[in-house]
Design a protein around this ligand. Structure first.
Ligand code: ATP
Ligand code: MG
Length: 395
């Protein structure tokens, strides 16, 4: 007898053509997340089997909760596909279960097994009744379901099912660039994008000395939480000060944020091309602030042809905050450091900006050269999921 973990692919299996690609991606993720935990992984097209020693068992279970693409998993006992072995195991398993009613569900892919699934379920039902007191069979709403799967070389017995994170394995959709501020929304947006299989690189617009290095540290801490789900995260730090000052000096006060965001999107587009990323992701939520009305989004979005994914666009702030608490970014996000947007925020930002006005303002700004310079001076901090000295490099 051996205790193992069975991983179900769930949503992955509906994508028939891509299945083996997705399964391979999931295998890579699981192998890399569990690499120091002494596991052996076996896979087929419907599930993966993880063997792990008792010492590392709980650590492995914890890590499984950081892997997208796992729909559900079971902790199962593995025995030989022989009637007596399975029966003994079922007797053993029910000893530690608290239940009134039960059913036995048998799945048999091993056609050499002498009984049909139904026949063997009946036999095992009898075994349970004989080896327990005051229990009843209830095939509709049992308090305990005993699953028995009989395969060619092995049989599995389990009574539990744990929910995984769901979604798609990291990277199956390629890379996306997340605009990561120190706020509550953008880390949540990043997490939801990761769940769809997008591998993230993060971009932080920094306005030193108007913003502090603590604000940068806060963004690094947020990136570290996201790194938990994909290995590590490249954080691109964009020195944005000159552009903001130029807009502040030569723009129209009520359009400051609109123009600033158009500049951010222009830089995002350049970085996407440079990093071969397929989309921009951000934490915009419809109507949350003046720059996130649909009219604002339209004129801001007009500077790029890259898809802009806004995973929290239709969520209420309270819903976003709930996810932030769940994933552990909330407490970091509410630390008090100034963000570059809040430093330059005008008293009355325009709610319905027009493209013509934006273009007229931008004519007076000397921004093309500034954009080149800013992208040139952008540098990368490689953020791992463990707290350690970060590796910094210029692009
Ligand atoms: P958050 O939306 O993350 O809570 P916020 O509310 O301060 O932060 P907004 O002003 O709502 O940010 O900006 C909308 C989105 O624009 C953010 O969710 C983020 O994706 C992006 N963004 C804003 N400021 C920055 C920045 N300094 N660096 C990178 N991205 C930013
Ligand atoms: Mg916001």
């Amino acid at each position: 007898m051996e205790k193992v973990i069975l991983i179900k692919y769930g949503e992955l299996t509906t994508k028939k053509k891509n299945r083996s690609y997705f399964v391979k991606a999931l295998l890579d993720r699981i192998s890399s997340q569990l690499k120091n935990l002494n596991v052996q992984i076996q896979r087929d097209l419907s599930r993966m089997l993880i063997r792990v020693d008792e010492e590392h068992f709980s650590q492995v279970l914890e890590k499984l909760q950081t892997i997208f693409g796992i729909h559900a998993y079971n902790i199962a006992y593995k025995v030989l596909p022989i009637e007596e072995e399975i029966t003994e195991m079922v007797k053993e398993v029910i000893k530690s279960e608290d239940f009134d009613t039960f059913k036995v569900e048998v799945k048999r892919s091993n056609k050499a097994f002498p009984l049909t699934s139904q026949e063997f379920a009946k036999v095992l039902g009898g075994v349970v009744l004989k080896n327990s007191e005051n229990k009843r069979v209830d095939v509709h709403h049992p308090t305990l379901t005993i699953h028995v799967e009989i395969r060619d070389k092995e049989a599995f017995i389990y009574t539990n099912s744990y929910k995984g994170l769901g979604g798609y394995p990291t990277g199956v959709q390629g890379t996306g660039l997340l605009m990561l501020s120190g706020g509550i929304d953008s880390p949540v947006a990043g997490y939801l994008a990761q769940k769809r299989g997008i591998k993230l690189e993060a971009v932080y617009f920094e306005a030193l000395p108007h913003t502090s290095l603590e604000a940068r540290e806060k963004v690094i801490s947020l990136a570290r939480v996201l790194a938990k789900y994909q290995g590590d995260v490249k954080l691109h730090v964009v020195p944005f000060t000159k552009i903001q000052e130029e807009i502040y000096k030569n723009g129209k006060p009520d359009y400051t944020i609109t123009i600033m965001r158009r500049m951010m999107y222009r830089i995002m587009e350049r970085l996407c091309k440079k990093q071969k990323a397929k989309c921009i992701i951000n934490g915009e939520s419809i109507g949350q602030v003046a720059s996130q009305t649909l009219s604002s989004m339209k004129v801001i979005n007009a500077v790029t042809n890259f898809p802009v994914i806004r995973p929290v666009a239709c969520l209420d702030k309270l819903e976003i905050m709930d996810i932030a608490r769940d994933i552990g970014t909330y407490d970091i996000s509410i630390l008090p450091y100034e963000d570059c947007c809040t430093v330059f925020v005008p008293k009355h930002p325009v709610i319905n900006p027009t493209l013509d006005t934006c273009l007229a303002i931008e004519k007076n700004l000397n921004f093309e050269k500034l954009l080149d310079e800013v992208v040139e001076n952008t540098f990368v901090i490689k953020v791992g999921c463990e707290e350690q000295e970060e590796f910094k490099a210029f692009l």
